[in-house]
Design a protein around this ligand. Structure first.
Ligand SMILES: C[S@@+](CC[C@H](N)C(=O)[O-])C[C@H]1O[C@@H](n2cnc3c(N)ncnc32)[C@H](O)[C@@H]1O
Length: 183
């Protein structure tokens, strides 16, 4: 794929190492998904969303980011690669009645724990029944405490793999997952 990046967005000029590990798993070992659209939270220039769209050409892939330049680039990159099943949007533009069969993310860590928790809670609570999320987080950036927090607020969260310090987390929802716990 051809992916245009920009100095104002994440991972300028290269594919992030964590993203690459997430994508390796996407291509080699993806558990079955229920029907429905997919989501990339914090799409940046779009490497994850574009890979999902290519891997699952019959599904709609939502790609969201708060950075308008990222949204613009992801849209351009989807068009450049002929992927017309990608819907690129700011978070508030995603219709509130859509639920997701799968959510993939290299989530924004550097804004702090509270922001990260709020973003993950917002989107992971929109998983369809039997759907799952896959998050890549470096251990030095709090992957293990994130896993504990996800469990503490009612999600099931397992570590799928651990490579080069990155943990790939697999997240699913309990039916009562969305009401308890701290922020
Ligand atoms: C670690 S980067 C990952 C970018 C891209 N997915 C990749 O793998 O190269 C996280 C992204 O999350 C975005 N972001 C930050 N806060 C966000 C929010 N509240 N909602 C959605 N995206 C957000 C950032 O702008 C950034 O593009």
């Amino acid at each position: 794929m051809t992916v245009t990046t920009d100095s104002g967005t994440f991972s300028y000029g290269h594919l992030d190492k964590g993203t690459k590990l997430l994508l390796d798993q996407l291509l080699t070992a993806t558990p079955p998904l229920p029907d429905g659209p997919l989501l990339d939270v914090g799409c940046g220039a779009g490497p994850i969303a574009l890979s999902l769209a290519a891997r699952f050409p019959d599904r709609v892939v939502y790609a969201v980011d708060v950075n308008e330049r990222a949204v613009e680039l992801c849209r351009l990159n989807a068009a450049t690669n002929g992927l017309d099943n990608v819907v690129v949007a700011l978070p508030e533009q995603v219709p509130s009645d859509v639920s997701f069969a799968g959510i993939w993310s290299n989530p924004p860590i550097r804004g702090g724990k509270d922001l990260l928790h709020s973003i993950l809670r917002t989107w992971l609570t929109r998983l369809a029944p039997e759907g799952y999320g896959r998050l890549i987080v470096h251990k030095n950036l709090g992957s293990d405490s994130l896993q504990k927090w996800l469990v503490s607020v009612g999600f099931e969260c397992e570590r799928v793999s651990s490579r080069s310090g990155f943990r790939l987390l697999h997240v699913t929802a309990h039916t009562d997952a969305h009401t308890s716990g701290d922020s």
